[in-house]
Design a protein around this ligand. Structure first.
Ligand SMILES: Nc1ncnc2c1ncn2[C@@H]1O[C@H](COP(=O)(O)OP(=O)(O)O)[C@@H](O)[C@H]1O
Ligand SMILES: [Mg+2]
Length: 305
């Protein structure tokens, strides 16, 4: 389990995030975490649990996309014997977590109608196992996470507004690594120590040039991607100092503002097209630009339908 000391960084952004996380330890109110993949959402959830009064009780992380729609109710709320042919008595995740913290990862991939049932259980603090009338009290702290903008998730009906408002009591937005590059040197050094130990390697450090190349790169996979980059270099090198040629960096991205804006524009247009079922007219309304402009931009970015 991770604690707050494991969440490394020197940037104001990460310190702000940690400060909010620490305040969340003093209550059992729900926490809503928003951050791209690999930004440390699950680390944060674990750190909050470990520093809260619930630390001796279970912490369970459940990825919401991993449960098929028809099993959501029995998985979360449990089943009573004979509720359907062959059903055996089983408690659900909520009962298993009793008194502890349930981390609902990728909440937005949970079936929208089940989100309504989840809201009811959270609000009332009680549930009924599938096929049973008995009401059972559950005391579970919820920490939920999403990796896409909550506003867009609500607008596109992938996140229930009422559930969002219930969970958004303490909101933690973890910025992308590209927005806090000053955290990189510290992270790199800690990953070198960590993987030296794990891989029984003898890496002494990293050259200035290699660190420069690392700082220059962009990270769609955030801290997780950076960690894998270092781990890969250690596996190949085993001992000595990591040089830029030891790094598996293919792209050498320009750091100019114009270049970055172009990347963001392409990403956002793609998102809009997905949201609008690849209908260009609707996407242009969504983006509030003329249809021709969108078509021009799609051509420029080589976005094909
Ligand atoms: N601030 C950080 N300091 C140290 N390691 C980090 C940090 N953020 C992320 N990591 C590393 O990246 C990995 C992925 O983090 P995780 O919490 O699983 O991200 P997410 O849940 O947002 O995808 C962690 O296991 C950890 O090794
Ligand atoms: Mg995760």
């Amino acid at each position: 389990m991770y604690c707050f000391n494991d969440i490394l960084g020197v940037s104001d952004e990460i310190n702000k995030v940690k400060a909010i996380g620490m305040m969340a330890c003093q209550t059992s109110s729900p926490v809503f975490i928003y951050g791209e993949t690999g930004t440390g959402k699950e680390m944060m959830a674990q750190a909050i649990h470990c520093k809260s009064i619930r630390y001796k009780k279970p912490f369970v992380a459940q990825n919401c996309s991993a449960i098929p729609e028809n099993l959501l109710e029995s998985t979360f709320f449990g089943v009573s014997k004979g509720s359907f042919t062959g059903a055996v008595e089983a408690e659900g995740i909520f009962e298993a977590v009793q008194g502890g913290t349930l981390y609902l990862d990728e909440l937005n991939s949970m079936d929208i109608s089940f989100q309504g049932k989840l809201l009811r259980v959270i609000q009332e603090g009680e549930l009924r196992r599938l096929g049973e009338n008995k009401i059972r009290k559950v005391d579970v702290r919820i920490i939920a996470s999403v990796s896409e903008d909550p506003e867009i998730l609500i607008k596109t009906n992938r996140l229930r507004k009422d559930l969002y408002y219930r969970l958004n009591v303490i909101r933690i937005d973890i910025p992308a690594l590209d927005e806090r590059k000053e955290d990189i040197p510290l992270l790199v050094n800690s990953f070198i120590s960590k993987h030296n130990l794990k891989l029984q390697a003898n890496i002494d450090g990293i050259t200035e040039e290699a660190l420069k190349a690392i700082m220059k790169k962009t990270y769609d996979g955030n801290v997780r991607e950076l960690e894998h980059l270092i781990e890969g270099a250690i596996i190949l090198k085993q001992k000595g100092i990591i040089d830029s040629c030891d790094l598996n960096i293919k792209e050498n991205l320009n750091t100019s503002l114009k270049c970055r804006l172009e990347i963001m524009e392409k990403k956002y247009i793609k998102e809009a097209l997905i949201i609008c079922d690849y209908n260009v007219s609707r996407a242009s309304v969504f983006l509030d630009i003329p249809r021709q402009t969108l078509q021009y931009k799609m051509k420029k970015h080589k976005i094909m339908l």
